[in-house]
Design a protein around this ligand. Structure first.
Ligand code: PMP
Length: 395
């Protein structure tokens, strides 16, 4: 980038893709391009098999009991909207409460705002703790007293990096009869997730943040929950039979996948899961923890740079996300100067305006975020770019 080695530190936005994933897309189109579920010929059978294998790999990876619990959607956003539009429509009525938190991505805010508006329900927020590092337990318990129908929480914040104890949250929410959705967009790519152990009812993720292609993601949901949910879209593939006036929905998970699927995306996602399995999610987590520790230490030592106040200090409570501000410099200027050094970072409200502008009181923040291919040298390059920013702005 700009004649320099690319230092990619915007992994919370999307990840780079291994050749294996790109090859999987190429192989599908050049060797067995056909629609799935329909053909009795070889290449259609192969495409169907690869697509289903991908779901099995994901089910194994996140601890789902079978592929019946894995719905392929476009991304985390679509997964959450699907729940709000189907389960939400059935279960959230006038005056009911929906509980989210102040650290949510817009994807886990707007679908609930829309549902609340449609059905005259109330949207409540769990507040952050005093250090702006995690969720306040007192606030959570206070909100739970309102008996929300659903609690929908990010597993890992894309701004603060905070890892929320979603297992404990789920237990407490279930004790009050609430359902639980975990937004796993920032956890599934970076750490071992076990939905059975978490016991959450729904878990949403995006393939593009975990080495896979864009346009494919997944909603995990408990089988008994999915059984009671109506399909969101009607059309081909989601039916067992159709008459003039009515239809019988297909078995799970196909009941929720109307029309031709993102076949290449599903297959390539399978290749991404193979890659992640090969490296090991525990190793990835360990590696990112080291990078995060080094980044927090390096950045916090620079005069005028603020890291604390934007997430936990302890790396066992934090994913590989470090937001920061430089006194007197707009984050967009920071990101532009970084870019001139070949360092790609994100600046802005990170699709979490209620958190960044509301709670943290910042117009925007700069953010570096890591993945398995980053190293210490990448962070040193970011530190040098900060020094360049300070020189240019004389601060
Ligand atoms: N939730 C969180 C915590 C995220 O970080 C993101 C992506 N930045 C999303 C949801 C939305 O993901 P997508 O755009 O892939 O739907």
């Amino acid at each position: 980038m700009n004649g320099k080695r690319l230092v990619y530190l915007d992994n919370a936005a999307t990840s780079q893709k291994p050749n294996k994933v790109i090859d999987a897309i190429h192989d599908y189109y050049t060797q067995y391009n056909a629609n799935i579920h329909r053909g009795v010929y070889k290449i259609s059978e192969r495409a169907t098999e690869e697509y289903i294998n991908s779901k099995q790999k994901l089910a194994d990876m996140v601890g789902a009991s079978s592929i019946e619990e894995i719905i392929y959607v476009r991304n985390t956003t679509e997964a959450i909207n699907l729940v709000a539009l189907t389960w939400g429509e059935m279960n959230v009525k006038k005056g009911d409460h929906i509980l989210i938190s102040q650290m949510e991505h817009h994807s886990n805010i707007i679908p609930w705002q829309m549902l609340a508006k449609r059905n005259d329900a109330v949207l409540d927020y769990i507040e952050l703790d005093d250090n702006k590092a995690g969720l306040s337990e007192d606030s959570f318990k206070e909100q739970l007293d309102k008996d929300p129908k659903i609690v929908s929480i990010a597993h890992v914040s894309n701004v603060l990096g905070s890892i929320n104890d979603v297992k404990k949250i789920t237990k407490l929410a279930h004790d009050r009869g609430a359902f639980v959705l975990v937004d796993g967009a920032q956890s599934a790519p970076h750490m071992k997730v076990d939905v059975a152990d978490l016991d959450c009812d729904f878990f949403a993720l995006s393939a593009h943040k975990m080495l896979g292609p864009t346009g494919i993601g997944a909603l995990y949901a408990k089988r008994e929950v999915l059984d009671k949910m109506p399909p969101l879209f009607g059309g081909g593939d989601m039916i067992k039979s159709v008459s003039m006036q009515t239809y019988t929905p297909n078995d799970l998970p196909w009941k929720f996948e109307a029309g031709t699927s993102n076949i290449e995306g599903g297959i390539a996602f399978g290749a991404a899961i193979d890659y992640l399995d090969g490296v090991g999610l525990d190793s990835i987590r360990k590696h990112e923890k080291k990078l995060t520790e080094y980044a927090i230490k390096s950045l916090s030592e620079i005069d005028g740079v603020r890291v604390f106040g934007y997430g936990p200090k302890e790396t066992d409570k934090r994913g590989g996300v470090v937001s920061f501000s430089i006194r007197g410099v707009h984050p967009h200027d920071v990101a532009t100067i970084f870019d001139s050094d070949g360092v790609a970072i994100r600046a802005g409200h990170h699709c979490a305006m209620p958190l960044v502008t509301g709670v943290l009181g910042q117009g925007s923040l700069s953010r570096i975020s890591f993945y398995l291919y980053n190293d210490i040298d990448d962070i040193d390059k970011a530190v040098r770019a900060i020094e360049k920013v300070k020189k240019i702005f004389k601060c």
